[in-house]
Design a protein around this ligand. Structure first.
Ligand code: GUN
Ligand code: FE
Length: 439
């Protein structure tokens, strides 16, 4: 077996800071040692307490840095990377004008492979080590994505988009072909190495009820795959869904009637969900991907995170970049905008809460808490080395002293969230191996 160790400051979460105090949820080790064995966490503790046990192994030191678990993006579209920052529209017109023509290109597997490689390298550069990803309607786009993800040994979840109406002909499947193609892709990719599959109807507008029922059938036939879709993002979208499914009680009920609301379901956005819908998500132990940069950029609205994170009806929440509706691949920048959306609603997200959402909160939302999300022994060693003094302004803002209290640490990490982006990612490690940045 191969042992490796890292000496630096370490921050991770051992409980949810929305529900318990920061003293109970934050694990901070100012001078720590992280020990890995065969790409997994063996132990973590203070340098002083552990160094005598590991005298013979070489230690990689990152003085002045802060090491955290890799960031988790709970909703993103890899084919939309190239159309980030498309001007002037809200959701439904944005889809028709920019998104659908772009996604049409991904029938070409070579093209899809090229974009997938650029996309994944961009994620790693930004410290994102796991993502839940939309491909396009084309099975080739899923093959291309999973091949590139597997080449990088990433724990990623993805799926072929199912869409059989209200979209151009070049981008639609049928209920029957979406069933056959999805089934074949699940059999090919689900649980291959670190890869996992998500059944991915785009949203209620682009699927017939027949296709949604078929998505539900796939979930029954393959009980451990995910369900990934969009919900209640935009006011016009919600109204259109009401018109398309007059027999349903509401948007979530459309999915519920197809058997799509369960503990492995991830719904992107949820900006316009009702209280009753939040309660139903809580009861089903389903998750929401909060996509702040996208909700601002597309003018969709302000997500009610305090309702999702209520103690009476807790809903699992992760952060999603939602690129290309979102404007940044960086989860630091996504957390920054999440904080500002809370501000606009007279709510407060603490520095620790924002970074919880980007790490352990995301792992919980994706039901991957047993594998990733913090530095507990046995977990997979995907982590990021953050540089709190990455830019001249950040170095001016942050002293070179290591924070010694949670209060000092909160101030330090808040500057990372508000000012940080890919420049603050000093290095990214996958399964204990350096994949991006400085060793
Ligand atoms: N709803 C349905 N499709 C999409 C998409 O591609 N992006 C966003 N943001 N919302 C959607
Ligand atoms: Fe999206």
């Amino acid at each position: 077996s191969s042992l490796k160790a890292f000496r630096s400051s370490f921050l991770d979460f051992i409980a949810d800071p929305f529900y318990v105090s920061e003293l109970e949820s934050v694990r901070y080790i100012p001078d720590g040692l992280l020990v890995l064995e065969d790409g997994k966490i063996k132990e973590i503790g203070t340098y002083d307490s552990l160094q005598h046990k590991y005298k013979e192994i070489s230690i990689t030191a990152y003085p002045g840095m802060l090491i955290m678990p890799g960031f988790i993006d709970t909703h993103v579209h890899f084919p939309q990377l190239e159309m980030i920052a498309s001007y002037g529209e809200q959701l439904l017109t944005w889809l028709n004008k920019y998104t659908f023509p772009t996604e049409g290109k991904f029938k070409d597997k070579t093209y899809a492979q090229k974009v997938a490689a650029i996309f994944l390298d961009e994620l790693l550069k930004n410290g994102t080590t796991t993502a839940l990803v939309f491909a396009t309607v084309h099975p080739e786009s899923v093959d291309a994505f999973f091949e590139e993800a597997n080449r990088r040994h990433l724990r990623t979840i993805a799926g072929k988009v199912m869409m059989d109406r209200n979209a151009p002909d070049f981008l639609t499947d049928t209920a029957e072909t979406s069933y056959q193609e999805t089934k074949a892709l699940i059999q090919k990719w689900h649980k291959k190495d670190r890869l996992l599959y998500a059944v991915t109807p785009r949203f209620a507008i682009t699927s017939t009820n027949e296709q949604l029922q078929i998505a539900g059938r796939l979930l029954q036939e393959f009980p451990d795959v995910y369900l990934h879709t969009h919900i209640s993002e935009n006011v016009d979208e919600v109204a259109f869904v009401k018109q398309l499914f007059p027999e349903s009680q509401g948007y979530l009920d459309v999915y519920d009637r197809a058997g799509l609301v369960g503990d492995r379901s991830v719904f992107a956005h949820g900006v316009h969900l009702t209280d009753a819908e939040f309660h139903r998500l809580s009861q089903a132990n389903a998750a929401i991907a909060f996509c702040p940069t996208s909700n601002l950029f597309l003018g969709s609205g302000l997500f009610r995170i305090e309702t999702a994170k209520s103690k009476d009806y807790p809903v699992k929440v992760g952060l999603g970049t939602d690129v290309g509706g979102g404007t940044s691949v960086s989860l630091l920048q996504t957390a920054n905008e999440a904080y500002k959306i809370a501000q606009l609603r007279q709510q407060k997200l603490s520095p620790f809460q924002t970074l919880f959402l980007a790490t352990l909160g995301g792992a919980k939302a994706l039901n991957l808490e047993a594998k990733i999300g913090n530095f507990n022994p046995g977990k997979e060693a995907d982590f990021v080395v953050l540089d709190p003094r990455a830019t001249p302004l950040m170095a001016f803002r942050n002293s070179d002293a290591t924070p010694t209290s949670l209060e000092e640490l909160a101030e330090r990490i808040f500057t990372l969230v508000i000012m940080g982006d890919d420049r603050a990612i000093h290095a990214t490690y996958i399964m204990g191996g350096l994949v991006m940045g400085n060793g």
